[in-house]
Design a protein around this ligand. Structure first.
Ligand SMILES: [Zn+2]
Length: 477
């Protein structure tokens, strides 16, 4: 069936960048976009079966949300806020939350609770315009002790709702918690995490390409300081053999940076490079502390050059760290170095409009200039950069031949009128509640702000019950 979207504005892709057309057409057939641009000329060989009136809407590509955790986030909300060590010293930012509270909350979330959280998170993601998401699951720190049935069920939940999801169950050599001396302590997993990695790869081989190709595999070795070189080398080997992209949490805190230096005698980027993991298929989640200070200017020029030449992507998660008092310093500095940066939500809310606005504001504050980063650069990070990191030139843009992952944003509201620059509006003024209609692979998944393939009221009720159970079980040592 061929569908024509006509009547409103379009954010089309011209091959290099997104362009706001005040009036434009988008045509898609099956799961593919056939046309995005000014008025589509009727063609006898391409009859249109359905015309959707988009007046009062702005048609944009769905977000590529590159880093999130759907199984525990709901239970951490309200616990981790207003908590943790001062970030101002740069010494132990978020250490208490990461090493004490998070493990306790995760241990209290059983499989049933995790699935309730996942269902709501995926709903929230679709309703706020994310069409491709990367779900980074957990290891044995969860209440189900890392049962592989849980990530499988989580992936299926995303698939049923109509999302495009890269499932990335995590494995690592060791886990962490707060030690007696107030510093993180590390405890080894069986076989330094290699048996768990093999179990993850087996699951990924099984699920990759299911749900009409929307559920895909990604490798996710745990945080950089919890992975032995052998585990990262083994990851590189599997990635080369399978073509699965890889995401590694790295640059998350000053204590992580110090730990790598102490254990391996080098910086975090040098460590990742030595294991052979750097490459076009690698995403480094967080990417804030590649120097102890967190300032890019304090990194060695040679390691930044290696990072740039490798083609690896950084994943910026502005809101989760901003509420702990820190930020990437800076998005603009990495971009000036030619290092690609994509965006993700990490935790709550699962709302890419919020992340785009945070990324723009924090970079401008860090650099002290409104010209430090443009709205267009931020929108590119939220769409095209993520697609590039996944090696998917068919995602994150409205152009012929690309997947029909399309979002209709309501621009008839007071905060949108008059609409002079559609991209500036999306980054600096629009919000999740403006998302009206969403297609993924040409399939309608959100219609008039309602899920087409899920029951949000039931899902929220199940999550509320799960929250009662989990909060009652949490024991902070
Ligand atoms: Zn994360």
């Amino acid at each position: 069936m061929r569908t024509l979207l006509r009547g409103g504005g379009v954010i089309a892709f011209d091959g290099t960048q997104h362009v706001h057309l005040r009036r434009g057409d988008v045509v898609f057939c099956g799961d593919r976009i056939e046309y995005a641009g000014p008025a589509w000329a009727d063609r006898a060989d391409a009859p249109v079966h359905q015309i959707i009136d988009t007046s009062g809407k702005l048609v944009m590509p769905g977000f590529v949300n590159m880093h999130l955790h759907v199984t525990d986030t709901a239970f951490t909300r309200g616990w981790l806020d207003d908590y943790g060590a001062s970030a101002a010293t740069g010494a132990a930012s978020n250490v208490t939350a990461l090493y004490t509270l998070l493990p306790a909350i995760r241990a209290a979330a059983m499989a049933e609770d995790q699935l309730a959280a996942a269902e709501c998170a995926f709903s929230e993601l679709l309703l706020s315009g994310s069409t491709t998401v990367v779900e980074l699951g957990f290891d044995a720190e969860m209440g189900d002790r890392g049962d592989m049935a849980t990530p499988r069920a989580v992936g299926n939940a995303a698939g049923r709702l109509g999302l495009r999801c890269y499932l990335a169950p995590r494995y690592r050599s060791r886990y962490w918690k707060m030690g007696a001396n107030g510093a993180p302590a590390y405890f080894p997993y069986e076989g330094d995490g290699l048996p768990r990695m093999r179990a993850c790869v087996e699951l990924l081989a099984d699920i990759d390409g299911t749900h009409e190709g929307r559920l895909r595999a990604m490798l996710a070795p745990g945080q950089v300081d919890t992975c032995e070189p052998a585990l990262l080398r083994a990851t590189r080997q599997v990635a080369d053999e399978t073509g699965y992209p890889v995401q590694l949490h790295a640059g998350q805190s000053p204590s992580e940076f110090r730990r790598i230096r102490q254990q391996h005698g080098c910086t975090t980027l040098e460590y990742v490079d030595r294991t052979g993991l750097l490459g076009r298929d690698l995403v480094l989640g967080h990417s804030m502390f590649f120097s102890e200070s967190g300032d890019v200017d304090d990194c060695h020029a040679a390691e930044l050059e290696r990072l740039r030449d490798s083609g690896a992507h950084l994943c910026h998660l502005p809101w989760v760290k901003a509420r702990q008092g820190t930020t990437m310093r800076s998005f603009a500095k990495y971009r000036r170095l030619g290092i690609p940066v994509c965006l993700g939500t990490d935790t709550y809310p699962f709302d890419m409009f919020n992340e785009m606005r945070m990324a723009a504001a924090l970079c401008r504050v860090a650099e002290g200039s409104p010209q430090a980063v443009s709205a267009a650069e931020i929108f590119h990070a939220a769409t095209v950069s993520g697609a590039q990191a996944l090696q998917r030139p068919d995602l994150g843009r409205l152009a012929a031949g690309c997947q029909a992952d399309i979002v209709l944003v309501d621009v008839s509201k007071p905060h949108a009128v008059p609409l002079r620059d559609g991209i500036q509006h999306l980054v600096l003024s629009a919000c999740a509640a403006d998302v009206d209609t969403v297609f993924v692979a040409g399939r309608l998944v959100v219609q008039r702000r309602e899920l087409a393939h899920g029951n949000l009221v039931d899902a929220v009720a199940r999550l509320a019950e799960a929250g009662e159970r989990v909060h009652a079980r949490v024991r902070v040592e």
